[in-house]
Ligand binder design. Structure first.
Ligand code: NAP
Length: 194
């Protein structure tokens, strides 16, 4: 029964989706760069699926959405496979031109130095910054494939660059996670080249 209701909801969503407009999905859309991406795409008349972990406390995002029905606020945690799969199912059949994997965490800086390394925080940063975008790409690849632009984007960091003379120490979890993000995006480019 639950599956039937979900399928019916998805069909209604596809039916109601404007076919003229391009669509972007943005993770971490409630603040920072993600919120600005929402503003910029909405200002260019895109349909924006704006992801936040907590819609109930995302005041600025909710205000943008209240003023523009093309901004759809959705709940999702990029480390939670169940929430990723549920949203992918909800939007099944809806083309997503650009998936922007923006959500990210710096982590606790005090646990990213030699002498004070801590496993849990390292895992949380890796799961959010590296596994999250990979899981999003897996779940939404059909939505992207069926779109016009077919783009999957990730926000990396200069802190992940391995070559050059300016490689500093510390910040181990964040830097490792962004370096992992870079190489997994290369892998996705190969796997999804077709
Ligand atoms: N700002 C910079 O100078 C800079 C430089 C290089 C790269 N970047 C990268 O650019 C991206 C955005 O940076 P920012 O400065 O705008 O960061 P920010 O202000 O700290 O915002 C991070 C966003 O990610 C969300 N997020 C964190 N964990 C999440 C999870 N598990 N599931 C879903 N959403 C989650 C946060 O949601 P909550 O509000 O719920 O925490 C927030 O919306 C990040 O990937 C960052 O590493 C930023």
């Amino acid at each position: 029964m639950k599956t039937c209701t979900r399928t019916l909801f998805s069909l209604l969503l596809i039916w109601a989706w404007p076919c003229h407009a391009a669509t972007v999905l943005i993770t971490g859309a409630n603040r920072g760069l993600g919120l600005e991406f929402v503003r910029q795409y909405a200002a260019r008349d895109w349909i924006v699926i704006a992801i936040t972990r907590a819609p109930e406390t995302s005041q600025e995002l909710n205000a943008l959405s209240a003023a523009n029905t093309d901004i759809k606020v959705e709940r999702l945690d990029v480390t939670d496979m169940a929430s990723i799969k549920a949203l992918a199912l909800k939007y099944k059949g809806v083309p997503i031109d650009i998936l922007i994997n923006n959500a990210g965490v710096l982590g606790d800086l005090s646990t990213q130095r030699l002498e004070s390394l801590e496993r849990n925080d390292f895992q949380r940063v890796m799961m959010t910054n590296a596994f999250g975008p990979l899981a999003m790409a897996e779940a939404f690849r059909e939505h992207v494939r069926s779109s016009e632009q077919k783009k999957i984007v990730a926000i990396s960091s200069g802190n992940s660059i391995v070559s050059g003379n300016s490689v500093a120490g510390g910040l181990y979890a964040y830097r490792s996670s962004k370096a992992a993000l870079n190489i997994l995006m290369r892998g996705l480019a190969t796997d999804l080249a077709e």
